[in-house]
Design a protein around this ligand. Structure first.
Ligand SMILES: Cc1ncc(COP(=O)(O)O)c(C=O)c1O
Length: 389
């Protein structure tokens, strides 16, 4: 069995919506011997991971730690702790993940006011503000980088309106963290979660979560305990907090090693340089796509650099293109989700994947795969355009 895994696992260039490519230092870190979850060396590593996450989130929040589980576990941890039955919760929905937030808030008994937007466009701040002001709103939740559409949501106006009404703000940073600036404290965002498998280029398995003191005050004042024991942040902070460490659940040791290595890579590169790299590489992709005659779904100023949604040209079999990319070119890209299924491809240039040479390889492969279907494109022109600027 192990032999089969070693022999048969393909080495693909991961350019879908996540997971992103994982560099060798992270893989090596994961392969180190497992220690106990209360081992002093491991505790020192936990502190380092928490500090690294604070830097990435732009926060001094004491409660900043990786939840065991993927991005949805962070979403669930935030909502299960912050939402009490009857709470008025405003959720912005401009893609699949805003919809998931609504579902989780409703499951907690929240009275959700959903502000919906056509997929591919950013939330309308005026509609959000009107909804926030429409009652005693306790929580306002929305997604920063909507991976289902490729929109990067502007944050300031919505966050300001929520604060003015005394509501807490919850931000989904699953795809943005590590690839675009996220300044929780400066923006007054009280709760944010992410995932390891996007711009941190760490395998899926942990979900960084940060909560402000105000968020914690709300949680301490709950009438009833959160319905989840595993994701109860007060219990989790006993293990991850400073001072006395109490066992809660056994930490996924190897994943914490991997996250530590991923954070080191991000911080060694420098966050501003890393954000600029994601922006520059995305601009390269946009130029190349335009020269190939392909259109992006999202209007230029609202595109999120780490995820580009490309409209499938009329008459092209989008599944066949993805299959050819996977089988012939060893590249994975994503298809559309929900209402965009069959209409777009989703290309992720995240973390280790956000490199100029990766864009060239993708454009050449995409051009070849389209030509294979009789949809002729100027590959040389696309590559030249990508390199300009
Ligand atoms: C914006 C966003 N939020 C939440 C999630 C859920 O994360 P996961 O699939 O890691 O549970 C994803 C996953 O792609 C995402 O892109």
């Amino acid at each position: 069995m192990t032999e089969a895994i070693l022999r048969d696992t393909p080495s693909l260039l991961l350019l879908g919506p996540g997971p992103s490519p994982v560099a060798s230092p992270v893989r090596l870190a994961m392969a180190q011997p497992v220690v106990g979850h209360l081992d002093p060396e491991f505790i020192a590593l936990m502190d380092r991971v928490q500090n690294g996450l604070r830097d990435l989130f732009g926060t001094e929040n004491r409660f900043t730690l990786p939840i065991s589980g993927t991005g949805s576990a962070g979403m669930e941890a935030a909502i299960v702790n912050l939402v009490e039955p009857g709470d008025r919760v405003v959720i912005g929905i401009h893609g699949v993940f805003g919809g998931r937030m609504r579902e989780l808030a409703e499951r907690q008994g929240g009275k959700v006011v959903a502000v919906e937007q056509e997929f591919g466009k950013p939330l309308d701040p005026d509609a959000m503000i009107e909804a926030i002001q429409g009652g005693r709103t306790k929580l306002v939740g929305f997604v920063h980088a909507e991976t289902s559409t490729g929109v990067l949501q502007p944050l300031d106006e919505i966050a300001e309106a929520a604060q003015a009404e005394g509501a807490l703000v919850l931000l989904d940073c699953v795809t943005s963290l590590g690839g675009a600036p996220v300044h929780l404290d400066a923006l007054g965002i009280d709760a944010a979660y992410s995932g390891t498998q996007k711009c941190l280029s760490v395998p899926p398995g942990l979900s960084p979560l940060s909560l402000s003191d105000a968020a914690f005050d709300k949680i301490r004042g709950r009438k009833q305990k959160p319905t989840s024991w595993y994701l109860d942040v007060e219990l989790l902070s006993g293990y991850w907090g400073q001072g006395q460490r109490a066992y809660h659940h056994t930490a996924p040791i190897s994943m914490v090693y991997a996250l530590a290595a991923g954070l080191d890579a991000a911080l060694d590169e420098g966050l501003d340089a890393r954000y600029a790299r994601h922006r520059d590489v995305a601009a390269r992709l946009y130029r190349g796509l335009a020269a190939l005659g392909l259109e992006c779904l999202v209007e230029g100023s609202f595109r999120t650099p780490m995820l580009t949604s490309i409209c499938v040209p009329v008459g092209v079999d989008e599944v066949a293109v993805r299959q050819r990319l996977r089988q012939v070119h060893m590249i994975e890209i994503g298809g559309g989700l929900g209402p965009l299924a069959g209409k777009i491809w989703r290309v992720g240039l995240m973390g280790e994947g956000a490199r100029p040479e990766v864009v060239s390889r993708l454009l050449a492969a995409l051009g070849e795969s389209l030509a294979h279907q009789g949809h002729g494109v100027d590959i040389a022109g696309g590559l030249a355009a990508a390199g300009e600027g």
